[in-house]
Design a protein around this ligand. Structure first.
Ligand SMILES: Nc1ncnc2c1ncn2[C@@H]1O[C@H](COP(=O)(O)OP(=O)(O)O)[C@@H](O)[C@H]1O
Ligand SMILES: [Mg+2]
Length: 251
């Protein structure tokens, strides 16, 4: 099943080049789709369109549609706050709140009006387990989050977005600052999460793309060059430019 249907999406920040050029792409539900390619390809721009973060940026022109569960989320009447609850996002550098580990996880729910201790505790445990962090922190939930390692902070950011029970999770190079062991833990968590969630990942390397992708889309200078199942796209790309990139001939 397709969770997201992107139809002919174009975006231009300023005069000159288009950062997205007529992108049409269907994102499968309960799978990991990776958006990969060299810097400047439009990957982050596309992620920011999906949860309307680009509303906060100056955009010169944009057109096209993004249908989520049949509704065009670019329509002006969309409830952006509700949309962002449905779509969690994790960035390259973990930004934890200056609160305890538990506080980072309950903050969003409390803001949304949840007061019941049992519900909050349930969310803390569930989201930490999903983000593969529970074993490491369950005996110190009241410690400041900032005391965690970088890899743990990144998994806490993932847990924080999961606490709000989103349907879609966007991750923009979430392991670019992490050591290989922490990176492995985040990748393992994604393999579990995809059973329940629709995941869109911008990987930090072609290797990570190949390891994690159920489906993959190769972006080059605002264009979607090729889309396919991960296995076939990385082993037998159809486009010459995809092949050159995945075999390391440019990057
Ligand atoms: N806020 C912005 N204002 C102007 N141009 C931007 C902005 N963000 C990105 N761009 C431009 O849009 C293009 C795509 O960038 P980006 O989406 O960040 O690519 P990627 O994530 O694939 O590296 C680049 O040419 C970049 O310079
Ligand atoms: Mg980017």
């Amino acid at each position: 099943m397709d969770k997201i249907i992107i139809e002919n999406l174009s975006l231009q920040y300023a005069d000159g080049i288009e950062s997205l050029r007529g992108i049409s792409l269907n994102i499968r539900e309960k799978a990991v789709t990776v958006l990969f390619g060299p810097a400047g390809g439009g990957k982050s721009t596309l992620l920011r369109c999906l949860n309307r973060l680009n509303d906060l940026t100056e955009v010169k022109a944009s057109s096209g549609k993004i249908l989520i569960d049949g509704k065009n989320i670019l329509d002006p009447d969309v409830d952006v706050i509700a949309l962002r609850r449905k779509i969690g996002m994790v960035f390259a550098r973990p930004v934890v709140l200056p609160l305890s580990i538990r506080g980072n996880l309950t903050y969003g729910l409390e803001l949304a009006g949840e007061k019941r201790r049992s519900k909050l505790e349930e969310a803390v445990e569930r989201s930490l387990k999903l983000a593969a962090l529970w074993e490491e922190v369950n005996d110190r939930l009241d410690d400041p989050a900032i005391a965690l390692s970088g890899g743990q902070q990144q998994r806490l950011c993932l847990a924080r977005s999961l606490a709000l029970q989103p349907e879609i999770i966007l991750l923009d190079e979430p392991t670019s600052g992490l050591d290989p062991i922490s990176t492995g833990k985040v990748e393992a968590a994604l393999q579990e999460l995809k059973k329940e969630y629709t995941i869109i990942l911008v990987p930090h390397s072609v290797q990570q793309a190949a390891r994690t992708a159920d489906y993959a889309a190769f972006f080059l200078q605002g264009e979607l060059i090729e889309y396919g199942e991960g296995q076939s796209l990385f082993t037998a790309p159809r486009q010459k430019r995809t092949e050159e990139y995945v075999t390391g001939r440019f990057g």
